[in-house]
Design a protein around this ligand. Structure first.
Ligand SMILES: NC(=O)C1=CN([C@@H]2O[C@H](COP(=O)(O)OP(=O)(O)OC[C@H]3O[C@@H](n4cnc5c(N)ncnc54)[C@H](O)[C@@H]3O)[C@@H](O)[C@H]2O)C=CC1
Ligand SMILES: O=C1[C@H](O)[C@H](O)[C@@H](O)[C@H](O)[C@H]1O
Length: 336
């Protein structure tokens, strides 16, 4: 295959950044068409980029001129378009989360197994971030002993107006749920969500910050702060306390400037700046693997496991209790 012809469904913020990165920066693929659940909006974006527009996303997914699909719609639409891509036998990159709820993720897993071939990669780009990769290599090396505690923070300057209390876990901290499961190489045992004093930066009824506490099956304890209205910068932290060392993820930022007897350093204000290289790496990996005929990234099973843990955390938040995380047995299909 000379060039992977990609059809993108979901022409919102990240959809457009992915069109630009694939068509201007990455190699081996091209977004040749796009569509959106809001038909007219998708057509307007197709015109903006000079690519083919489809009023109906399903028509695009089924078009023989489309080799592979990217799903960057709002979360609730992921299931429909991923299932349509599987039915069409096409590789599909689905932005996180695979679907908002675990049962929808399980339907995708079952459809993929029925199709007899892994076709789905989920957009958990932090696995491709240099900082997280260095942390994983350090833990895997055994040089510093066992990982015992992790202290994490996931801070946004602000979130959309329709943000609700469930989204801190189900939309935002799903990144930590996935990347730490991958980094530590094990599943979770329990989930808990606690509140601190809420900020006045956001709506009155929003619990913000929230603290999610996870334990893994081997007993590692993880705390993650989610502060979505910090009105400052986009700040991602991960500190790993081991037997013989404390490992800290670097905080990449812009240069510092000494001028007028002051020093200052601009900070990242969104995920697109902080994880630009990781998005490029995950999508280049997806293009290369799709052309070669396999999946080489977070699978639909990873997406399911993530939402099982997220559902336990949401139940823990609602009940203010500690909730067990209970997965189905991993099918052999995903063990190879
Ligand atoms: N991996 C990551 O770090 C990130 C992943 N995401 C994920 O990507 C997916 C899409 O997120 P975003 O691009 O932030 O969503 P968005 O809110 O920018 O767009 C989502 C949908 O809203 C509608 N929409 C947006 N702007 C519109 C307009 N001007 N006119 C008409 N309709 C409009 C469209 O249906 C569009 O597909 C979500 O699943 C989200 O979880 C989003 C941001 C970062
Ligand atoms: O996926 C993302 C981004 O990566 C941000 O880190 C989150 O805070 C945001 O909610 C989510 O859309």
């Amino acid at each position: 295959m000379s060039e992977l012809r990609i059809g993108l469904v979901g022409t919102g913020g990240i959809g457009r950044t992915h069109i630009e990165r694939i068509n201007n920066t990455l190699q081996g693929g091209k977004v040749v068409a796009c569509a959106d659940p809001v038909g007219a909006f998708g057509l307007s974006v197709a015109e903006k980029y000079g690519i083919k527009g489809f009023e109906n996303p399903i028509d695009m997914i089924n078009d023989p001129e489309i080799d592979a699909v990217m799903c960057t719609t709002a979360d609730p639409y992921h299931e429909e378009y991923v299932l349509a891509s599987i039915a069409a036998g096409k590789y599909v990159f689905c932005e996180k989360p695979l679907a908002p709820k675990a049962d929808a993720c399980k339907r995708i897993v079952e459809a993929e197994m029925k199709a007899g071939k892994k076709l789905v990669q989920v957009g958990f780009m932090r696995r491709y971030d240099e900082g997280y990769k260095q942390l994983k290599a350090a833990v895997d090396s055994g040089k510093y002993g066992e990982a015992l505690l992790l202290h994490c923070a996931h801070r946004n300057p602000s979130v959309p107006a329709d943000w609700d209390n469930s989204m801190a876990v189900e939309n935002s901290m799903v990144h930590e749920i996935d990347v730490l499961r991958w980094l530590l190489g094990e599943d979770y045992a329990t989930a808990e969500v606690r509140y601190g004093k809420s900020t006045n930066n956001g709506p009155k009824d929003l619990h913000d910050p929230q603290i999610m506490i996870l334990t893994t099956k081997s007993g590692v304890r993880i705390d993650v702060e989610s502060f979505v209205n910090n009105k400052n910068d986009y700040d991602i932290k991960c500190e790993i306390v081991c037997d013989g060392a404390v490992l800290n993820m670097p905080k990449p930022n812009y240069i510092s400037v000494n001028a007028n007897a002051t020093t200052g350093q601009a900070m990242y204000t969104d995920c697109f700046q902080r994880f630009a290289d990781a998005y490029n790496a995950e999508i280049q990996t997806w293009i290369n693997a799709s052309k070669a005929g396999y999946v080489d990234g977070p699978t639909a099973w990873d997406g399911y496991c993530c939402q099982v843990a997220a559902a336990a955390a949401s139940k823990a938040r609602e009940t203010q209790t500690i909730v067990p995380v209970e997965y189905d047995e991993m099918p052999d299909f995903y063990k190879k």
